[in-house]
Design a protein around this ligand. Structure first.
Ligand code: ADX
Length: 189
């Protein structure tokens, strides 16, 4: 990876996809590489946000929208001050992601695309098993919708490619997109 000059706005790299698709894993892999180039990198993870600033929210549409809005608002401030913010959140609603894109402007959408059957088989947190046993309501992909991106800047097919392969492409794509980002930051609301 090339060295990046700092100064100017950062970039939000927004990972969307089903639970268990690999958003957190890829975020951390990209963060490790980018940190080594001198960029200031931060990760905002849905699970972590829901333990802290979003702990009052549930999984109905309105609460998920509020969750994404709060994450976006934190991300926006950090991007304006030059940080590369990697967000890992299911963010299942297309309209909401469009709103975030419009608001943050320096925004790249990464679709972490693994088939539902693969996520159910992996079930890293045991949540699909519980959702399929009706022990959890409104579970994304089971009893709550996931609207896949129609034109993401980057797509990682994590059902078929390795973490290493996805990460390598993410880094190459980041390099290209970083050079294309607007020079002027946008801190408005
Ligand atoms: S989002 O839909 O609002 O973007 P977010 O990424 O913050 O979701 O949180 C999803 C995480 O919450 C999942 O990875 C999982 O660990 C947990 N979770 C608990 N209940 C649900 C549910 N009903 N649907 C989806 N995720 C859930």
């Amino acid at each position: 990876v090339s060295q990046y000059t700092t100064g100017g706005p950062g970039l939000a790299v927004w990972f969307t996809g089903l639970s268990g698709a690999g958003k957190t894993t890829l975020c951390h892999a990209l963060a490790d590489t980018l940190q080594a180039t001198g960029l200031t990198v931060a990760i905002l993870d849905g699970d972590e946000m829901r333990r802290t600033v979003c702990s009052d929210l549930g999984y109905g549409r309105e609460d998920r929208e509020e969750n994404i809005r709060r994450i976006a608002s934190i991300a926006q401030g950090m991007v304006a001050s030059g940080t590369v913010v990697l967000v890992a959140a299911i963010s299942p609603y297309r309209a909401m992601r469009a709103e975030v894109r419009h608001r943050i402007r320096n925004f790249v959408e990464v679709y972490v695309n693994a088939p539902l059957a693969t996520c159910v088989a992996r079930d890293p947190k045991g949540l699909y098993r519980r959702a399929l046993a009706f022990e959890i309501d409104s579970f994304t992909g089971i009893s709550s919708p996931y609207e896949p991106p129609l034109a993401p800047e980057i797509e990682c097919r994590t059902g078929e490619e390795s973490v290493q392969a996805s990460t390598a492409r993410l880094i190459a794509d980041f390099d290209r997109l970083w050079k294309l980002r607007p020079e002027v930051s946008y801190a408005g609301s």
